[in-house]
Design a binder for this molecule. Structure first.
Ligand SMILES: [Ca+2]
Ligand SMILES: [Ca+2]
Ligand SMILES: [Ca+2]
Ligand SMILES: [Ca+2]
Length: 174
């Protein structure tokens, strides 16, 4: 009998204790949530991980696979790392490709930075299209070669067209 009573008591405790524990957890969740919501607690800003891309200087803000610091992919006919050269080697020697695939009169070997567009070559008119049209490594610079101050990230690669100096002066919060 006493064993049965203690079993009943234990079962009751298991239920009530579990409920009490859950209530404690709930109240601690609420406390946590209110702590997180409190404006008095400053947000901790973590440093960017090493190896993260530069914040500014995107030469093609329509393609998330193109930005300063991206690996140059030799053979695709594009300037992937925004140095103004397409398909240069690991030592930044220009491509030896003399095929002129897009027929604009410029080969990769003589400075075409995009061999898929007849409108993009050294000396082409720079237009406001988020792309480096004249192969100087800058997208949408003005006629005096002042860099774009566009601080929006149009392609989602976290690199904007405005150079780092402009970025640092407060155009955009990452
Ligand atoms: Ca390049
Ligand atoms: Ca071209
Ligand atoms: Ca340009
Ligand atoms: Ca452009």
């Amino acid at each position: 009998m006493s064993r049965m009573r203690s079993s009943v008591a234990l079962a009751g405790c298991l239920l009530s204790c579990a409920l009490a524990g859950r209530a404690d957890a709930l109240s601690s969740d609420v406390a946590d949530a209110s702590l997180h919501a409190s404006p008095a607690i400053p947000r901790i800003v973590l440093p960017q991980p090493s190896g993260s891309v530069a914040a500014g200087g995107d030469c093609n803000d329509t393609d998330a696979e193109v930005y300063p610091g991206h690996a140059e992919i030799v053979g695709n006919g594009y300037d992937d790392d925004c140095d103004g050269l397409a398909d240069e080697d690991a030592n930044d020697n220009p491509s030896g490709d003399v095929s002129d695939a897009d027929g604009d009169g410029f080969t990769l070997a003589i400075g075409d930075c995009n061999d898929h567009s007849i409108l993009i070559y050294p000396g082409a008119v720079e237009i406001a299209d988020y792309i480096d049209d004249d192969c100087d490594g800058l997208a949408d610079e003005d006629a005096a070669d002042n860099p774009s101050n566009d601080s929006a990230d149009h392609d989602g690669d976290h690199v904007i067209m405005a150079p780092d100096a402009i970025f640092a002066s407060g155009f955009e919060t990452p």
